[in-house]
Every structure is written in structure tokens, then in C-alpha cells.
Design a binder for this molecule. Structure first.
Ligand code: SF4
Length: 72
């Protein structure tokens, strides 16, 4: 298998996010919900090993506020 060095950037649309915390529950190593319900992205660039977690967070977001952008 050819090795790729793709990095994925997690982008949060703050106008859509309502702070329900689903993403933090799905991927606590990537997201944290603060006391005031604002979402903190703990790692906004993820590597291949964390990509599945980031994708899981995108899937559970009911507001479609999360987007993954591949950077090379
Ligand atoms: S799951 Fe979506 S709406 Fe909920 S806190 Fe995360 S980004 Fe915001």
C-alpha cells in the first residue's frame, strides 16, 4: 500500500453548532464541550490514525456543523 501523508483539518461552523456535545461524546480526544456549552476543538489537524474518529464525530453532528478538509 502506498503511503500517503494526508492531513485532515477539522472545521467547525460556529453559526450552525448549538453545543449539544455529540461530537465530544463520539471523539473526546478531538473535541471538548466547555462549561458554557462552547465547543473546543482539541486537535484541529488529525492524521490518518484519528481520521475515523473525526469522521464519526461528523456523522453524529445533528447540525452538520463539522467538516473535514483534506490537506496535502
Ligand atoms: S455535534 Fe455538532 S452541533 Fe453538537 S457540539 Fe459538535 S459540532 Fe456542535
Amino acid at each position: 500500500m502506498q503511503e500517503t501523508h494526508t492531513k485532515t483539518k477539522i472545521v467547525v461552523d460556529r453559526t450552525l453548532c448549538d453545543g449539544n456535545g455529540n461530537c465530544a461524546a463520539a471523539a473526546p480526544e478531538l473535541f471538548r464541550l466547555e462549561q458554557d456549552d462552547t465547543l473546543k476543538v482539541l486537535r484541529d489537524m488529525v492524521d490518518e490514525s484519528q481520521r475515523a474518529k473525526a469522521e464519526a464525530a461528523v456523522r453524529v453532528c445533528p447540525k452538520a456543523a463539522l467538516k473535514l478538509v483534506e490537506e496535502r
